[in-house]
Design a protein around this ligand. Sequence first.
Ligand SMILES: CC(C)(COP(=O)(O)OP(=O)(O)OC[C@H]1O[C@@H](n2cnc3c(N)ncnc32)[C@H](O)[C@@H]1O)[C@@H](O)C(=O)NCCC(=O)NCCS
Ligand SMILES: Nc1ncnc2c1ncn2[C@@H]1O[C@H](COP(=O)(O)OP(=O)(O)OP(=O)(O)O)[C@@H](O)[C@H]1O
Length: 547
Amino acid sequence: MRHRVPNDVQEEHAFVVEAGEAGKRLDKFLSDRLADLGVSRSRISQWIRQERVRVAGALCLQGKTKVLNGQKVVLLAPSLQSGIKPEVGPVEVVYSDPDVVVVNKAAGVTVHPGTGCESGTLVHHLAALYPELARFDGERPGVVHRLDKDTSGLLTVALNESARLALTRSFARREVDKEYLTLVHGRPEAEGTVDHPLGRDPQSKIRMAVVPRGGKEALTRFKRVWTSPDGRVSLLRVRILTGRTHQIRVHMAYLGFPLVGDALYGPQAQAAFQRSRPLLARLAKHHMLHAWRLAFPHPRSGRMVCCEQAMPKAMWRLVLGCGRRVQRVGLTGMPGCGKSALLSELSDRGVLTWSADQEVRALYAPGGDGADLLARRFGDEILDDSGGVDKKALLARMQSRPGLHREVEELIHPLVRHRLEAFWTQTGNFRLAVAEAPLLFEAGWSAAREFDVVVGVHCSRRVRRARLQASRGWSESMLSGLESWQWTPRAKLSRCQFIVPNDEDRHMLARRAEMLMELLRRRRLRQIRSLWQDLQVYRHSRAVLDP
Ligand SMILES: CC(C)(COP(=O)(O)OP(=O)(O)OC[C@H]1O[C@@H](n2cnc3c(N)ncnc32)[C@H](O)[C@@H]1O)[C@@H](O)C(=O)NCCC(=O)NCCS
Ligand SMILES: Nc1ncnc2c1ncn2[C@@H]1O[C@H](COP(=O)(O)OP(=O)(O)OP(=O)(O)O)[C@@H](O)[C@H]1O
C-alpha cells in the first residue's frame, strides 16, 4: 500500500533514537528534538495525525507510541517559515531575551497584516530583527495581544512557540498587568469603573457602542491623575479587565469624556478643542492612548518582567500646553490705595490688564447694558442728556437710601463678571493678566475659579484720604461712605497672596510693580515645575526583571 504524503511538505527532519531516549512517547521525543525550533507538542500531535511521521519506515498515527533504541524517526513537516516577509523598519525594543521581546509601538503603526495592510507592519519589521519569528506560521508571528493602530505603547511578542503558549495563557488568566495612560476631554471623577457591554454600533459600520442587548461584557477602571487648570483636559490611568475592540474609547465617550484626538467617538469635543486651542489640537492627530505599563510572568522562568514606557512626546507636549495658561491675577484694595496706579505701571511693562471700574464706565455709556438696566429699575431720571448713566445722581441715590447700593451691585456685578470671563478667554499668548476689581471679595469673585493669585494694594488711610482729596476732591464723608460699603482693609488683605505697600512715591510704586512681576513669574515657574514633578513617573521608561 502506498502512503499518502501531504502535498505541502517542505522540510524533512530525520532523527535516530538514542539509548537514553528509548521508551519515550513519540510526540514527546519529537517535541524534545524540535524544542530549539519552538514547535509545540500540540503542533507535533497534529502532524502525527496528518500522517507526516514515520517510525522505522512505517507511518505512525499515535503520539503515545513508544520509540525504541536505534529506530529512525522521519518527520515531513510543513515549512516552518511564516508568511511574513521581513522588512527593515523602525522598531523600539524595550526588553528582549531569547523567548520574548517587548517593543514600544508608535501610534499609527499597524501590529500585523490584515485587510488593506499587507506590508510595513510591526511584525514585518520585527521579523527583520528576529529571524526566529519566521518559524511561526500565519501572519501574526509571536503576537499574543494587540494594540490598535493609533494606540502607542508596550507590546509583547513571543519569539518561540512555547513562549507564545505560555504568554497566551498568562493573558487568559489575567496574570498580565497592563495599564494605559489617556488624555480625555473634561474632568471625570477622581476614579471610576465602567461596566457596560459593548457591541457593534447599530448606526455605524466602523463604530462600537454600549449596547443594551447582545453586547459582550466589558469592564474598564480609571483613575484621574491630573486635570488642566481650565478643567478642559484630564490625564487618566486606565486598566481594562476585558479586551473589547475600542473599549477605552467607547467607555470614556459613553461617560461624556471622549479621548482627546478621537474624532470617531468624540467628534464634537474634538471640534470644540480645535476651535479653542488650534495649535494644541494639531498635536492630537490621533487619539491620545498609550499602553505605558506592562508586567507579565516570564514565559520560561515565571519571574515578572515589568516595563514602563514614557508617554509619547506629542502627548506630553499636549499636557504641558493644556497645563500652561495665562496666570490670572486679581488686584484689590481700599478706595484710593493705588490699584489703578499699580495697574498702569504693570500695563507699561507689557502686562495685559483689565479694570472693573473701566468696564462699569463702558456699561454706563449711552446704549450700554448697565445704563439700560438701571434706567429700567430707576427710571430715565438716572440718565444724563446723552443717555448714559448720570453717576453723580446715581451715587446721590445710593447714599440717600440705605441698601440701595446693594441693589445697584446686584444688577451691575453680573454684567461686570461676564466681561471678566470674556477677558480671560482673550488673553492670547500672554503669560500674565491682571484684573483690578475694588469689590473683588465683596462680589464673591475670590474663588480659585476666577483667579490664580489675588494681590492687595495697601496704604495708610491718612495717605489715601489726602490723595483722594487732591485728585478727586473727595471729602471725608464721601470716602467713609464708600468705605462703609466695602470690607475692612484687614479682611481684604488677609485673603490676598501678595501685598504691595503704596505709602511712598510713584517711583517706589514702579519698583514694587517690577518686584511683583518677578514674584509672579517665580510662582508660575514653580507651578510648571510641580506639574513636571507630579507627572515625572509617566515621562521615564524602564524595563526590569523582578528577582
Ligand atoms: C458709585 C459710582 C456711581 C461712582 O462712579 P464714579 O465714576 O464716580 O467712580 P468709579 O466707578 O471710578 O469708582 C471709584 C471707586 O469707588 C468705589 N466704589 C464704586 N462702587 C462702589 C460700591 N458699590 N461699593 C463700594 N465702593 C464702591 C471703588 O473703590 C471704586 O474704585 C459707580 O462706581 C457705581 O455705579 N458703582 C456701582 C457698581 C460697582 O459696584 N462698581 C465697582 C466695581 S465692580
Ligand atoms: N505712590 C503714589 N504716589 C503718589 N500718588 C499716588 C500713588 N499711588 C496712587 N497715587 C494717586 O492717588 C490717587 C488714587 O490712586 P488710584 O486711583 O490708583 O487708587 P485706586 O485704588 O484705584 O482708587 P479707587 O478704588 O477709588 O478707584 C490717584 O490720583 C493716583 O495718581
